[in-house]
Design a protein. Sequence first.
Length: 121
Amino acid sequence: MSKITPSELDDRLPDEAFVLDVRPSDDYRADHVDGSYNAPVYHDLRSGDTAALDDHLDAVPDEREVVTVCKAGVVARDATDHLQERGYDAVTLSGGFTGWRHYEANTLVYRVASAVRGLFS
C-alpha cells in the first residue's frame, strides 16, 4: 500500500500533488486540506462500491500524484487502490485528515507518531 505522510504532502503542495478528499461533503465543508477536491464517496467506498469514484475522475488529473484523504486513512486506501487500477499515480495520506490536523498543529501525538515511524523505516 502506498502512503504519504502529512509532512511529505505539505512539501508537495500545491504543485506536485492533487488532493482527493473522499469524506462526506459536510465534513469537507467544515475543514479540509487547502486546494483539495471533494468527491463525497466515503459511504459508497465503505460499502464496497468503488465505482462511485468513477463519477469524479474527470476532475482528477492524470499527470500529477493523487493523494487520497478520508478521516483516518482507512477508507481512502480503497480509493487509492481503485485509482491505481485505473493507471493513476495514487497514494493515501497516512492518518487521514485527522493526521493532517495533528501535523498542522504540531501536536505531541504527531511528533511521537513521526518519531516511531522513523525508527521503523
